[in-house]
Design a binder for this molecule. Structure first.
Ligand code: CUA
Length: 151
C-alpha cells in the first residue's frame, strides 16, 4: 500500500500525541501521587444517619457532606502521619477539597469516597465544596486543623 509522505507524517504525529497524553496520566498518578477514584463502596443516601459506618462522624475523620455543610465542621488530625478520610453525602453530589494539599475528592450520594494522605505542615486548612450543589454552595466549608504530632 502506498501512503503519501505527509499522511505518514500526520499518522506518526497523532501516535506521538497519544503516547504523550498517556504519559501525562502516568506521571500524574505515579509522580504526583494523585489517586484516581478506585474505592467503590455504596450506601443508601436516605439512611446515612442510621448506618453504623457513619454513626459517629468526626471520630476517625468520617465526614458526612450535606447541603450546605460538612459534619463535622472542624476536624483535627496529626501531622506527618497517614490520615484516611471516609465520606458520603446525605443529599446531592458535593466536593471535598482541602485547600493547599492533595486531599480532594468528589462526594457522591450512594457511594462512600475514601482517600488517604499525609499532612506535613501543621496548621489550619480550609476545606471547601468544589462541586456546585445548590444555592448555598459558596458557604459550604469546614476547617481542618493539622496538629503537631505527639512523640
Ligand atoms: Cu456542596 Cu457545593
Amino acid at each position: 500500500m502506498n501512503v503519501a509522505f505527509y499522511e505518514k507524517l500526520w499518522m506518526w504525529a497523532a501516535g506521538v500525541l497519544i503516547v504523550a497524553f498517556l504519559a501525562t496520566i502516568a506521571v500524574g498518578v505515579a509522580g504526583s501521587a494523585l489517586q484516581p477514584p478506585s474505592h467503590v463502596e455504596t450506601i443508601d443516601p436516605t439512611k446515612v444517619w442510621t448506618d453504623p459506618r457513619f454513626a459517629h462522624p468526626g471520630a476517625t475523620v468520617v465526614v458526612v457532606a450535606m447541603m450546605y455543610a460538612f459534619m463535622p465542621a472542624e476536624m483535627r488530625v496529626p501531622a506527618g502521619r497517614p490520615v484516611t478520610f471516609r465520606l458520603t453525602s446525605a443529599d446531592v453530589t458535593h466536593g471535598f477539597q482541602i485547600v493547599g494539599t492533595n486531599g480532594n475528592t468528589m462526594v457522591v450520594p450512594g457511594y462512600i469516597s475514601q482517600f488517604t494522605t499525609v499532612f506535613r505542615e501543621p496548621g489550619e486548612y480550609l476545606i471547601v465544596c468544589n462541586e456546585y450543589c445548590g444555592l448555598g454552595h459558596h458557604v459550604m466549608s469546614a476547617k481542618l486543623i493539622v496538629e503537631e504530632a505527639r512523640p
